[in-house]
Design a protein around this ligand. Structure first.
Ligand code: TYM
Length: 344
């Protein structure tokens, strides 16, 4: 030894977890700007776990052959959008049974009234009526809490609409810790201001969502450029002529400015400045071009990846093994602390 002291940076990485439902052939721009874009950034500096939540998606009735395809299409899109399976753990929720197992434990600790207050459940069940609402939709946020708590996540990158589910997760984690001793990390939502709520292009006061709109105001990442250009050019605008950000008076223009700003990396005032003295027509044309050019390589890469299902499956196998190692340890602690007898 020559007496030199070597300092090793030893700050543990923070744990990140998030999930997305494979309910459609394509994710939409709200999914990307509200969540996936942050997932991509966070994988570089955190120990990130991302899952395609196929079990949550069972709350929507889907044909098996469509469901299978949508799961793989989801994985392909996530990789095409920038998730790197070498940097993050990318997996399918049902490949790790501990999600359901912890889900049941947490269901036994959630009040009926507490679950009944979840606004997403209330909205969806009111629309469908109680006979057409499945019980899985009621327990959906509890399974989501299990997804998060299993991985001892510190941060959960999601859009604004998930704030209440993260709050429930925190409550359940704290409840368990205070009854049975420190077991779970209590997570924080990671909800960025810009992009946390992208609105429908035809109804710019409601969030962009495939389940609640005709589709004309939803930009699907996998759609052909002509389709998305047309949708953006037909976006509802507001009275007046200036391209200025004012969510109350000009929700349509503000939504398009948010999209433009998020995809170009310019802030809102720089984005506004790009259109000074120009009309809505020029503005919408420019937004369409930015969106289409941004998505072009994503669509190409996703389609390319989908040609090799065996490769995608092998990536998912590695992801499931990495996820399982963490999840099974948490579940074991949970069972032990609650007094369940381990299998001999
Ligand atoms: P999902 O598939 O409905 O949405 C996936 C992500 O997209 C965000 N999002 C939006 N963000 C901005 N503007 C929009 N218009 C918009 N629409 C959707 C959502 O907030 C979400 O982040 N319940 C979750 C899935 C889930 C999950 C988890 C998330 C299951 N387990 C554990 C985090 C951690 C959901 O909303 O999926």
């Amino acid at each position: 030894m020559d007496g030199k002291i070597i300092l090793v940076a030893n700050t543990p990485k923070e744990r990140v977890l998030s999930g997305i439902q494979p309910t459609h052939e394509s994710f939409h721009l709200g999914n990307y700007l509200g969540a996936i874009k942050q997932w991509v950034d966070l994988q570089n500096t955190n120990d990130a776990f991302y899952c395609v939540v196929d079990l949550h998606a069972l709350t929507v009735e889907t044909k098996p052959e469509d469901f299978k395809r949508r799961n793989l299409a989801s994985v392909a899109q996530l990789i095409a959008l920038g998730l790197d399976p070498e940097k993050c753990t990318l997996f399918i929720q049902s490949h790790v049974p501990a999600h359901n197992q912890l889900g049941w434990v947490l269901e036994c600790m959630t009040g009926f009234g507490e679950a009944s207050r979840m606004t997403q459940f209330k909205d969806k069940s009111q629309k469908a009526g109680s006979d057409r609402t499945v019980v899985g939709l009621f327990t959906y946020p509890i399974l989501q809490a299990a997804d998060i708590l299993l991985y001892q996540a510190n941060k959960v990158p999601v859009g604004e609409d998930q704030r209440q589910h993260i709050e429930l997760t925190r409550d359940l984690g704290q409840r368990f810790n205070s009854r049975f001793g420190e077991t779970f990390t209590i997570p924080e939502g990671y909800i960025l201001k810009a992009g946390a709520k992208i609105n429908d292009l035809q109804d710019p006061t409601s969030k962009m969502s495939k389940s609640s709109s005709s589709g004309a105001g939803v930009i699907e990442l996998m759609d052909a450029p002509e389709i998305n250009t047309k949708k953006i050019k037909s976006a509802v605008t507001d009275t007046g002529r200036d391209v200025t950000f004012d969510e109350k008076e000009k929700p349509g223009i503000s939504n398009l400015l948010t999209i433009y700003s998020a995809l170009t990396g310019k802030d809102i005032s720089q984005s506004q400045a790009d259109f000074e003295g120009k009309g809505y027509g020029d503005f919408k044309g420019a937004v369409a071009e930015v969106v289409v050019e941004y998505l072009r390589p994503v669509r190409e890469k996703a389609n390319e990846l989908l040609k090799d299902e065996a490769h995608l499956n092998s990536l998912l196998k590695i992801g499931a093994e990495k996820a399982e190692a963490v999840a099974s340890q948490t579940l074991k602690n949970v069972y032990d602390r609650m007094g369940l007898i381990p299998r001999g």
